[in-house]
Design a protein around this ligand. Structure first.
Ligand SMILES: [Zn+2]
Length: 155
């Protein structure tokens, strides 16, 4: 049996997994297929502007690997735009990580290691940068920073 490929950690599941250009018959339609991991790389870097080091950490992959995912995702999206292809987002090796640290879906392969964020996550003061662990069931935005009194945000 081949060694399972390490799966990627993703923090969201796209609600839409198929993008089709109008005016093209299905029979003539070509697809550009992105993996969930690639769409996650795009989401973190290009949509949320997370820097690459942090984004790679979130996905538990090395920076070069993250960079490869990002490049291939961008290339596929560009290919779809330039050549009028549909974009399909599917599978690959992934593990769904929710904010509470539970595993939702599981792709092929297996995962090791503890989860990145502990249960509850971290609250951060947007004003002074003070951080503390979030108390389970208590949203960060209901808590004031003990240092400066600003309402905290979820990190
Ligand atoms: Zn503060």
């Amino acid at each position: 049996m081949p060694r399972p490929i390490r799966c990627r950690r993703i923090g969201f599941m796209p609600g839409v997994t198929y993008f089709k250009p109008t005016g093209i018959q299905l029979t003539n339609l070509q697809e550009s297929v992105l993996t969930f991991a690639e769409s996650e790389a795009i989401r973190l870097k290009d949509y949320l502007n997370v820097d690459q080091t942090k984004a790679a950490k979130k996905m538990r992959i090395s920076q070069p690997t993250f960079n490869r995912l990002l490049s291939s995702a961008r290339k596929k999206i560009a290919d779809a735009i330039v050549n009028g292809k549909a974009i399909k987002i599917q599978g690959g090796n992934y593990k769904m990580v929710t904010p509470r640290g539970r595993n939702f879906g599981r792709g092929r392969g297996r995962m090791g290691g503890p989860l990145a964020a502990g249960p509850g996550g971290v609250c951060k003061c947007p004003s002074c940068g003070y951080e503390e662990s979030q108390i389970r069931g208590q949203p960060c935005n209901q808590k004031k920073c003990p240092k400066c009194g600003t309402l905290m945000v979820r990190k």
